[in-house]
Design a protein around this ligand. Sequence first.
Ligand SMILES: Nc1nc2c(c(=O)[nH]1)N[C@H]1C(S)=C(S)[C@@H](COP(=O)(O)O)O[C@H]1N2
Ligand SMILES: [Mo]
Length: 448
Amino acid sequence: MNKALTISKEDEVLSEIQDQSGRRNFFKKTAAYSMSAFAASSVLMPVNINAEEHNGKGDPAILEEQVWGTTFGYPVTHNLYGLPSPYESNVTRRTTELLSSGNMYASIAVSPIHELSGIITPNGLFFNRCHGGTAEIDYNKHRLMIHGLVEKPLVLTMDELKRYPSVSRIHFIECPANGGPEWRNPQFPSIQFAKGFMSCAEWTGVYIKDILKDLGLKPEAKWMLAEGVDNSHMGRTVPIDKVLDDAMIVWGQNGEALRPEQGYPIRLLLPGWEGNLMVKWLGRLEFASEPFYAKEETAKYTALKPSGKAIQHFYANEVNSVITSPCPEKPWSDLKKGDVVEIEGLAWSGMGTIKGVDISLDGGKNWKEASLKGLVLPQAWTRFSFIYKYEGKALFLSSRARDDAGYVQPSVKQERDAVGVEGVYHRNGIHTWEVTANGEVKNVQILS
Ligand SMILES: Nc1nc2c(c(=O)[nH]1)N[C@H]1C(S)=C(S)[C@@H](COP(=O)(O)O)O[C@H]1N2
Ligand SMILES: [Mo]
């Protein structure tokens, strides 16, 4: 019997996966803290703010009248759909042939996660992973078909779908290949390429369980196929317990309609699970008693084990974190010894809510707890902060997140010992930046 068919609960799905890989249970242990090491900073004066220095040099930015103070600005008729300041024009998604399978249609544009504040990714910067280009769908010609093992199959227009009472939830989406090119070695001197296969937004839509109340799910229905109408016709099968728990069909992204890049007019949202499962340009949901074994869950998106066998259904993205400041794009080159600086980063877990994040300055020998700031929500980005007095010395700066499901981010060594280096997906080993004595930041991996 197919093992997957015996799975009845999300928890069991997860623990089964963990048992199969021998990986998660291994890491499910309480972190041992070493509170020794470094003293907390007492000064909170931000760096490079020195009124005397500015005035003394006769800073024209203060002393001279600027053109924007003496002329009218744009009329309100300008930019009726607002755009960022031209001075922010370097803040964009980025792409490289290294991450493409031969063309820019089956490719990825990664998010500048180091340029973001808070936990929401603006729609124009949300990462875009597509396998057949970004479909531009005519809202009026799009339908959602729901069929298979339901009493009353249904085809909905988008207006009809939106008559369901809506809910809004903040969740990250992460491609399970985030960091995947770097299983063996760091490849990118960049946080955007090394960790930017993810973003976080407020999504608005309807729970599938609410639609199913009208349709009457047959008891034999154990799996749901979600299929896109884009050129890739991406299809993935979702176990029914996730569908009946928190799976959503969403049409809203940060207060406006989904962007074409995110699946306009609708996509599937499965909080915390692999981005690949969250089918964009969603056209069809089919309920069945068995998984569909779609291309993306046979040829790809499986987890290779050191034995050479692969785990086929592997869903949640595990607890993870990265320091976003400093990073290669945001070095510490202008810091002087004694400057106080905020180390900031993002933590997330597909298994639950972030409980804490620890920071190490010595590549994982000693750890100290960072503080979580702003909203701390399940399956959402969580921002962490650590105030640090710069000593002008080289550092190995790492972050280690913990979630309320009891998981702790593994070291790179633990991860390699458990799953080898042949994989593409689900890297969550502790990420380290080397900060050189002159403040440059390099992408490194600590193997011990
Ligand atoms: N229909 C369709 N859905 C899709 C894809 C696709 O190519 N076609 N790409 C998937 C992958 S691999 C990921 S990681 C997420 C990325 O979501 P985003 O582009 O909104 O960031 O969408 C998923 N859904
Ligand atoms: Mo993906």
